[in-house]
Write a protein that binds this ligand. Structure first.
Ligand SMILES: [Ca+2]
Length: 233
């Protein structure tokens, strides 16, 4: 049976109690004893166990007016309730785009969710079901979320993609695999402490039909694997 880690709930528990307060002063003779009402946060740091399931209350919602992709696709689909996931915002980009664009100047056309990026090189013709103006080329996806590691030390990441991709951990660029290209890998590593970390992956598809997007991690004293943020690394 796998263990479950309810990270987001465990760190926000607050208890109220009317209790006797005892204050001891070690260097003096004064000892104050009285009754008082206290509100104290009870921070219960979760025990980090590699492989434990991470459950959450909610993932970031879709921006107003943005279509939620209603069927599973290679890039993600509807959110599976309670499972930690990346949120991916889909943008259409101009024909001929040669690299990832700054999404601040773009408006998302769809949102999807996935706990892992594991799209091996393949032909992709379906597009995004239910998304107006659907297309299978000239789009960009910005994934973001959080993952939890139980390990301390150098974590190696690898992005294999067709076309470009980039990985940011805690807002630092770790892997740069940008540009229009066939399936191609790039690597980078980052020192991490146990706990929760922010992750962002940018991906863009240039001309149809070929796609690929795989995010691997090799944690300290661990094996190379697809990063799955629904479990503690
Ligand atoms: Ca391509």
């Amino acid at each position: 049976m796998s263990r479950s880690l309810i990270w987001w709930k465990a760190t926000s528990v607050t208890v109220k109690a009317a209790a006797a307060c005892v204050v001891g002063v070690t260097l003096g003779a004064a000892v104050l004893v009285g009754r008082c009402a206290v509100t104290q946060p009870q921070r219960t740091e979760p025990v980090l166990v590699s492989g434990a399931v991470i459950t959450i209350d909610a993932v970031p919602a879709a921006p107003p007016g943005v279509v939620v992709v209603g069927q599973a696709t290679d890039f993600g689909g509807p959110h599976a309730s309670g499972v930690n996931a990346l949120r991916g915002l889909v943008y259409f980009v101009p024909n001929g785009t040669s690299h990832l664009l700054n999404t601040a100047s773009l408006s998302p056309v769809a949102v999807l969710y996935t706990s892992r990026l594991d799209i091996s090189p393949r032909s992709w013709q379906s597009g995004f079901p239910g998304v107006p103006g659907g297309r299978n080329e000239w789009f960009q996806i910005s994934y973001e979320g959080e993952f939890v590691t139980a390990r301390s030390g150098a974590h190696q990441f690898e992005l294999l993609s067709d076309d470009g991709s980039r990985l940011f951990i805690d807002d630092h660029l770790v892997v740069d695999n940008d540009g229009r290209h066939e399936p191609q890998g790039a690597q980078g590593s980052v020192m991490l402490q146990p706990g929760k970390h922010r992750i962002r992956v940018g991906y863009f598809q240039g001309p149809r039909f070929e796609i690929a997007l795989q995010l691997f991690v090799t944690p300290p004293q661990g094996a190379r694997q697809i990063l799955d943020i629904s479990r503690v690394l």
